[in-house]
Design a protein around this ligand. Structure first.
Ligand SMILES: [Zn+2]
Ligand SMILES: [Zn+2]
Ligand SMILES: [Zn+2]
Ligand SMILES: [Zn+2]
Ligand SMILES: [Zn+2]
Ligand SMILES: [Zn+2]
Length: 331
């Protein structure tokens, strides 16, 4: 129980975490600290070393150089060969790099303690990985047959496979970054783009102002025309009426004149003859009443119809202006 707890406690930040991530050396780190440790720091030159081991073991010396040479202490190892199970300085490493016989030897960063890389059952260094069980496997484990039905790969092959996967993930990350840059570039000029479109919208809205003013002027003019026309019609009618009254009056003036002549006549024979031959018509003309015009009244009902039709024209034209603006703004 205590061991499990230790395994679930990060060696760096001492946080506990739900999924164990033990390194081959047995130390566990939380995912955040693993990432942190991998980010290259100048003195480590980008090679990952377990932060805990580095603290515990310090530097690894070459196993092939004499422990205390003439030139001082043994040089530092630059690699550890997991096949030969030795750590080598640059000089002693050279055959591993140059001779084909060593090409299958797996070289790793210098390891002070190989015990964690050894199979606890066979004491042989792990050289394989069982993909199905996710465990490291040694050559003797394979001979025992426990993994016969499993997919087992040499560590080098697993490394190659993982690196292909990592390449894919890396190109995904690069694609994502490129996408982000593209999006940012697209929105770089947002200020001037918005200023341009604001200018365009404003000029269209201002044109609405002029258009509506034209419509208002047209309506006012039409309404003035209607009321003026109405009065004009009354004037014409009254003038016609007055002409008829004048006609009646001139007829009566003629009668008045004739009556005055008769009144001045001194010959009774002539007076009687003249009066009797014409009296019926004379009386009829005088009794016919004077033409009286209708009282002046403005036809408000008719004018309201005209005004309403002008209103409708105005509203239709105004709505057309507004919908044109709407169309232009949405384009
Ligand atoms: Zn941590
Ligand atoms: Zn460690
Ligand atoms: Zn050496
Ligand atoms: Zn070797
Ligand atoms: Zn084994
Ligand atoms: Zn297996």
């Amino acid at each position: 129980m205590a061991a499990l707890e230790e395994e679930l406690t990060c060696s760096v930040c001492r946080d506990s975490f739900s999924q164990a991530h033990p390194l081959p050396c047995g130390h566990s780190f939380c995912p955040a600290c693993i990432r942190e440790a991998w980010i290259p720091q100048e003195e480590r030159k980008g090679c990952f070393t377990c932060p805990q081991c580095q603290e515990e073991h310090g530097e690894v010396l070459c196993d092939c150089c004499p422990l205390q040479g003439e030139d001082g202490p043994s040089p530092m190892a630059v690699k550890t060969c997991l096949r030969c199970e030795v750590s080598l300085c640059a000089d002693h490493l050279r055959p591993h790099l140059e001779r084909p016989a060593f090409s299958s030897h797996l070289l790793v960063e210098p390891l002070g303690d190989l015990s964690q890389r050894r199979c606890p059952a066979h004491l042989e260094v792990f050289r394989y990985y069982c993909v199905d069980e996710r465990v490291y496997v040694c050559g003797d484990c394979l001979l025992e047959g426990g993994h016969t039905l499993h997919k087992v790969k040499p560590l080098k092959k697993v490394e190659e496979d993982l690196k292909i996967i990592l390449q894919n993930l890396l190109s995904k990350a690069e694609k994502k970054l490129k996408e982000g840059e593209k999006v940012l570039k697209e929105h770089e000029n947002i200020d001037s783009v918005m200023a341009d479109s604001l200018k365009q919208d404003n000029s269209q809205v201002e044109r609405l102002d002029t258009d509506l003013q034209v419509q208002v002027k047209r309506l006012v003019l039409a309404l003035k025309e209607i009321t003026k026309k109405e009065r004009q019609q009354i004037i014409e009618r009254v003038q016609q009426d007055c002409v008829r009254v004048k006609d009646d009056m001139s007829q009566t003036v003629k009668i008045q004149h004739y009556l005055n002549l008769l009144l001045a006549e001194t010959d009774p024979f002539l007076l009687i003859w003249a009066f009797q031959s014409d009296d019926t018509k004379l009386l009829a003309d005088l009794n016919c009443p004077l033409f009286l015009p209708e009282p002046i009244c403005m036809d408000r009902k008719h004018i309201i119809e005209d005004i309403e039709s002008k209103y409708r024209e105005f509203i239709t034209a105004t709505l057309r202006c507004l919908s044109e603006l709407k169309k232009e703004l949405c384009e």
